[in-house]
Ligand binder design. Structure first.
Ligand SMILES: *Cc1c(COP(=O)(O)O)cnc(C)c1O
Length: 454
């Protein structure tokens, strides 16, 4: 009989985060000031972030120790299980072995607390009294609300307006943890008021909500700092507890993955799962294929341009070199599956550009089909975001069947879909459709990029 679950005990929780900056095969590009277009100084960043997190952002140390108070909270749900999806293998009748790392078991149901807890803790240590942040559907907001509550800090969340109204449950979770939640664009910021004056019905976007949260922190005279749930180097690094545990668990399973897959919005769960395996490729001569899965309707890595762009819509956040659809990107209204950010983490972009990571775009219908298959086989309703990774894992397993080869596939289940029932209902009612973001729109957006002579 085959074993289903590979579990670590609490003593095996990683003691350090893995920092891929130490092993990058290409030099990192500088982060630029949105006004001067010159490399940012720690002073500029310190308006938004505590110095400890800025130092993590620029560090090239391979391992950064996880402070014990953070490990203590991680132990509420970590180490998370690695599961062999035997019933999914049987459903697909594939010779492939499929493993998934189950990050849906965290208190708020996704990988996001892995960085929310350290970000809140390092801020608390630096004397920050309150944080501001943005959230889309509310997964990041609820993770940070939980973390801030645990450390006795206030939190202001700018939630994309369409989600604020259509998806009240995560807002209620945030409020239950004591956070203040505002629909974005709001009348609380200059940028929000300007957008509402131009169009009172503006439904918001992640880029706009980031701008509002950044503006509130930057104009608070030091009282509030800003926290981001993805994209930044320190955020990706905090997530590497996932992949480090998975490496140990694959050893318990007596196998090593031929293919490692994660879904990518800003890139944090993908990097957290995959970077420790990327390190094995770069340093230990392993040959695992590493695949980032993204929606065809927000195809940052597969259709975007690798160039310098602003991190937010209002051009207040730093400029970084990344794959981008343009900072003015508005996701198509029919897209139900999350992963809507216009850019991608710079380290992931660089590794894709250099050929160390593959990217694949998947359509909405195939993604939801994969999510339903996974739920029926394994009993877990996946987040639609995670279903992008499941789709690619299933396609790889079907390719193994077609080719008659045994292949070991591992993907990250970034979260559960218990608050995504409207999207599942729309799928089952036949209301969703496939949509590929038009290449012309990417070209138009490129006209509004910062002009960098690099
Ligand atoms: C936020 C979220 C994502 C996308 O964010 P990344 O930074 O790309 O990981 C994916 N899955 C779930 C469940 C999420 O909550």
């Amino acid at each position: 009989m085959s074993q289903h679950k590979f579990l670590l005990d609490e003593s095996q929780l990683p003691k350090a985060w893995y920092n891929i900056n130490a092993d990058m095969p290409v030099p990192l590009t500088p982060v630029l000031h949105p006004g001067t277009l010159e490399p940012v100084t720690p002073d500029f960043l310190s308006v938004l972030f505590p110095m400890s997190l800025i130092m993590q952002e620029v560090s090239t140390d391979r391992y950064i120790e996880i402070p014990e108070p953070i490990r203590e909270i991680y132990r509420l749900w970590r180490p998370t299980p690695l599961v062999r999806a035997i019933r999914l293998e049987q459903m697909l009748d594939t010779p492939a072995h499929i493993y998934f790392k189950n990050e849906s078991v965290s208190p708020v149901g996704s990988h996001k607390p892995n960085t929310a807890v350290p970000q809140a803790w390092f801020n608390k240590e630096a004397g920050t009294k309150a944080l501001t942040t943005e959230t889309g559907a509310g997964q990041w907001g609820s993770a940070l609300a939980m973390a801030c509550n645990m450390f006795g800090m206030d939190l202001e969340v700018y939630q994309v307006k369409v989600s604020y109204h259509q998806k009240p449950y995560r807002r209620i979770i945030m409020e239950q943890f004591g956070a203040k939640v505002y629909a974005s664009p709001s009348d609380r910021t200059q940028y929000g008021r300007a957008l509402l004056a131009a169009n009172p019905d503006n439904q918001g976007s992640l880029g706009i909500a980031i701008s509002e949260a950044v503006e509130v922190a930057a104009t608070s005279g030091g009282a509030k700092k800003y926290s981001l749930g993805s994209v930044l180097g320190h955020v990706l690094m905090h997530q590497t507890v996932i992949g480090q545990e998975a490496l140990l668990q694959m050893e318990l399973a007596g196998e090593y993955p031929d293919v490692v897959i994660g879904c990518a919005g800003g890139g944090s769960n993908f990097a957290g799962f995959a970077f420790p395996f990327v390190r094995e490729n770069l340093k230990e001569g392993k040959r695992t294929r590493i695949i980032a899965a993204e929606p065809a309707s927000c195809p940052t890595l597969t259709q975007g341009t690798y160039t310098f762009d602003y991190g937010d819509s209002a051009k207040m956040a730093p400029i970084v070199k990344m794959h981008t659809l343009g900072h003015g990107f508005m996701p198509p209204g029919i897209h139900a599956g999350g992963l809507r950010y216009h850019g991608m983490a710079p380290s992931i972009s660089a590794l894709v550009d250099h050929g160390d990571i593959e990217a694949r775009a998947v359509g909405q219908l195939g993604t939801f089909e994969a999510g339903v298959m996974f739920a029926r086989a394994e009993g877990i309703i996946p987040a639609p975001e995670s279903s992008h990774a499941i789709r690619v894992a299933i396609d790889e397993a079907l390719a193994a069947k077609r080719d008659g080869v045994k292949k070991v596939i591992a993907f990250n289940l970034s979260g559960h879909g218990h608050f995504d029932m409207t999207a599942y209902a729309d799928y089952m009612a036949g209301k969703l459709q496939d949509y590929a973001y038009p290449a012309e729109l990417v070209q138009t957006a490129m006209a509004d990029l910062p002009q960098i002579n690099a």
